[in-house]
Design a protein around this ligand. Structure first.
Ligand code: ATP
Ligand code: MG
Length: 575
C-alpha cells in the first residue's frame, strides 16, 4: 500500500518475478547444452567513448552483465575507441563511473580496442596476402556510390584487381603516413553483387592523421567498426556478442571477416534498442543539447543519461528493475517514460525517508501557542519500513504551510484550510484558522490560527475528525532551500517526429525546469550528503543536488507522488 493517499498499487509482484527468460538467454542456454563454447559465457559492453551513457545503454549493460552473472560467466567492459576524432578521456571516465554505478562489475576485464591496433593491422596484411583485401584510391563518396543500391549491384573500381604485392606496398605506405587523409582506403574483396550492401567490398581502413586519446600519433590509419569489432570480440574470446538490431545486416560481414582470418569466432546476437517517450537517445543529439547549452550539461537532471538520472535521484535499483521489466526482444518499440518513473517511485517508496518541506510557504501564527516555546514531536521516517524508526520534528508558534493548502473562499469540495475550518498538522495538532492577514495590495501574507493542545500527535481524544492533514515546518527551525522541479525535456512523445525543414529542438519543453527559491525544509535533513533521497510528504521525491551547500540546500524533484501505473499498461506501445 502506498501511504500518500495515492491509489493503492498491487503490481509490486512484477519486479519480484526473477525467473528471466528471453531469446538471448535461450541461445546461451542452448550453447551451454551443446558445449559450443566449452561451457564458457563471456559477454561485453563495448561503448564508443564519444558521449555519456544513456538509459538505452543501461539496457545493454544489464543484459550483458546479467547474462554473465546468471550463467557464471565473465563480463568485459571494452572501450571501442577506434575513431580518434570524436573520443575524449572525459567520456571514458564518465562511462566507467556510470557502469559501476549501475552495479555491473567487470573485475579485471577492462579493455580498449586501441590496444588491438597492432593485431588488427597484422590481420589486415593477412587478408591482403590471401587476395581478400585491396587498396582503393577512390574517395569515400565514390566508394559509396560504386557500392550500388538495393536494386542495382555495385561496380568494381579500377583498383580492385591490383596485385597482392602492389596492395601490400600501398597499405604499408598508407600505414607509414605517405598519403593524405581520405586519399586511399583498404577494402575487403567480397562480392559487389551481394544483396547485402555491407558485403560489397566494405572499407576496412581509412587514412586519418589524427591523434588518438591512447595511442597518440602512432597511427594514421584507423580501422572501421565492422572490421574492428569482430576482431575485438575474437581476441577477448567473447562467446555471445550482443548488439542492437541495426547490426543484423552486418552479421554476415562480422562472420566473413572472422572466417577468412580463421580465428576464434563468437556468436553475434541482435536485440531491439530501447526508445523512451519524451526524450531523444541519439548521442549526436544529446551532444548537441549539451554544446548548445539547451541543458546544463550531460548530467542535467532532465537528460536521459545515466549521470543525469543519477543527479536527478533515480536509483540504480530502479533502473535495473525497469530494464528487467521491459525485457529483451527483436522488435523496436518505444517504452512510455511513465514506466521508468513507476519503478523509480516504487523503489523510493520503500527506501526514501519521509520529511516535511514546504515549496511555496505561507506563514501561520498559532495565536494561543506560548511565545518562545518549542516542542519536539515524533514523526515516522518511513511507514513502509518500520525499521527506519522515528525522528523529532520541532513545533513552535510560527509555522509555514503550503500556499495551496489555504483558500479564503473555498469551493465546496476544498477540505484543506480556510477561515473557520479545522485541519490536522501532520504529527502535531489540529488547528483552526481565525484570521487572514493581507498586505496593502490585498495579498494574503499570514494566517492566524488557534491550536487544540488536546490533539497533540494528531488525534482528537473526543474522536472528532478533520478532512485534511497538512505538512508544515517550524519557521525558526526551517532550512532554506532551492527546489528544482522538472517536466519532460521534450513536449512531444516522439520529439524526433518533425515536419520537413523543422528540427527536433523545436520540441524542447519550455517548462521542463521550474526553480523555487524560497522553500522551507525541516531541520533533520541538515547535514545529509549529496544524492540523499527523501520523500517530501505530499510533494514528491527529492534528492540533494551537487550544487547544494550547507547554507543553501538544493534539491531536485525526482518524481511526483502520483502513481500512474494503471495508465501505463495501456500506454505501452509497439511500433
Ligand atoms: P553511436 O554508435 O551512434 O555512437 P550507440 O548508442 O550505438 O551510438 P555505442 O557506444 O556504440 O553507442 O553503444 C554501446 C552499446 O550500447 C552497443 O552495443 C549498442 O548496441 C548499445 N546501445 C546503444 N544504444 C542503445 C539503446 N537505445 N538500447 C539498447 N542498447 C543500446
Ligand atoms: Mg554504436
Amino acid at each position: 500500500m502506498n501511504t500518500n493517499g495515492d491509489t493503492p498499487n498491487n503490481n509490486d509482484k512484477i519486479v519480484e518475478n526473477d525467473a528471466r527468460s528471453d531469446f538471448v538467454r535461450d541461445i546461451v542456454k542452448e550453447d551451454l547444452k551443446t558445449n559450443k563454447f566449452d561451457g564458457r559465457v563471456v559477454t561485453r559492453f563495448p561503448p564508443e567513448p564519444n558521449g555519456y551513457l544513456h538509459i538505452g545503454h543501461a539496457k545493454a549493460i544489464n543484459l550483458n552483465f546479467g547474462i554473465a552473472q546468471e550463467f557464471g560467466g565473465k563480463f568485459h567492459l571494452r572501450f571501442d575507441d577506434t575513431n580518434p576524432t570524436k573520443e575524449e578521456t572525459e567520456y571514458v571516465e564518465s562511462i566507467t563511473n556510470d557502469v559501476r554505478w549501475l552495479g555491473a562489475d567487470w573485475g579485471d576485464n577492462l579493455f580498449y580496442a586501441s590496444d588491438y591496433f597492432d593485431q588488427m593491422h597484422a590481420y589486415a596484411v593477412d587478408l591482403i596476402k590471401k587476395g581478400k583485401a585491396y587498396v582503393c584510391d577512390c574517395p569515400h563518396s565514390e566508394v559509396s556510390k560504386m557500392r550500388g543500391t538495393l536494386t542495382a549491384p555495385g561496380t568494381p573500381c579500377p583498383h580492385r584487381d591490383r596485385s597482392i604485392d602492389e596492395n601490400l606496398d600501398l597499405f604499408d605506405r598508407m600505414h607509414k603516413g605517405e598519403f593524405p587523409d581520405g586519399s586511399k582506403t583498404l577494402r575487403a574483396k567480397i562480392d559487389l553483387s551481394s544483396p547485402n550492401i555491407n558485403m560489397r567490398d566494405p572499407i576496412m581502413y581509412r587514412i586519418l592523421h589524427a591523434s588518438h586519446h591512447r595511442t597518440g600519433d602512432k597511427w594514421c590509419i584507423y580501422p572501421m567498426y565492422d572490421w574492428a569489432h569482430g576482431i575485438e570480440d575474437s581476441i577477448e574470446k567473447i562467446t555471445h556478442s550482443i548488439c542492437t538490431l541495426e547490426f543484423e545486416n552486418h552479421r554476415p560481414l562480422y562472420d566473413w571477416f572472422l572466417d577468412e582470418l580463421g580465428v576464434y569466432h563468437p556468436q553475434q546476437i541482435e536485440f531491439a534498442r530501447l526508445n523512451l517517450t519524451y526524450t531523444v537517445m541519439s548521442k549526436r543529439k544529446l551532444l548537441e543539447l549539451v554544446k548548445g547549452k539547451f541543458v546544463s550539461g550531460w548530467d542535467d537532471p532532465r537528460m536521459p543519461t545515466i549521470s543525469g538520472m543519477r543527479r536527478r535521484g533515480y536509483t540504480p535499483q530502479a533502473i535495473r528493475n525497469f530494464c528487467k521489466r521491459i525485457g529483451v526482444n527483436k522488435f523496436n518499440s518505444t517504452v512510455d517514460f511513465q514506466l521508468l518513473e513507476y519503478f523509480v517511485r516504487e523503489d523510493l517508496n520503500k527506501n526514501a525517508p519521509r520529511v516535511m518541506g514546504v515549496l511555496n510557504p505561507l506563514k501561520v501564527v498559532i495565536t494561543n501557542y506560548p511565545d518562545g516555546q518549542t516542542e519536539e514531536l515524533d514523526a515516522v521516517n518511513n511507514p513502509e519500513d518500520p525499521s527506519a524508526g522515528t525522528r523529532k520534528v520541532p513545533f513552535s508558534k510560527v509555522l509555514y504551510i503550503e500556499q495551496d493548502d489555504f483558500m479564503e473562499n473555498p469551493p465546496k469540495k476544498f477540505f484543506r484550510l480556510s477561515p473557520g475550518k479545522e485541519v490536522r498538522l501532520r504529527y502535531a495538532y489540529f488547528i483552526t484558522c481565525t484570521d487572514v492577514i493581507k498586505d496593502a495590495n490585498g495579498e494574503i501574507i499570514e494566517l492566524h490560527c488557534t491550536y487544540d493542545p488536546a490533539t497533540r500527535g494528531g488525534d482528537a481524544p473526543d474522536g472528532r475528525k478533520v478532512k485534511a492533514t497538512l505538512h508544515w515546518v517550524s519557521a525558526d527551525h526551517a532550512l532554506d532551500a532551492e527546489l528544482r522541479l522538472y517536466e519532460h525535456l521534450f513536449s512531444k512523445p516522439n520529439p524526433n517526429e518533425v515536419e520537413e525543414g523543422h528540427d527536433y529542438k523545436e520540441n524542447l519543453n519550455p517548462n521542463s525546469l521550474t526553480v523555487l527559491k524560497n522553500c522551507k525544509i525541516e531541520p533533520s535533513v541538515k547535514n545529509a550528503p549529496i544524492e540523499t533521497r527523501y520523500q517530501f510528504e505530499r510533494q514528491g521525491y527529492f534528492s540533494i543536488d551537487p550544487d547544494s551547500t550547507p547554507g543553501n540546500l538544493v534539491f531536485n524533484r525526482i518524481a511526483t507522488l502520483k502513481d500512474t501505473w494503471a495508465k501505463i499498461q495501456t500506454a505501452e506501445t509497439t511500433r
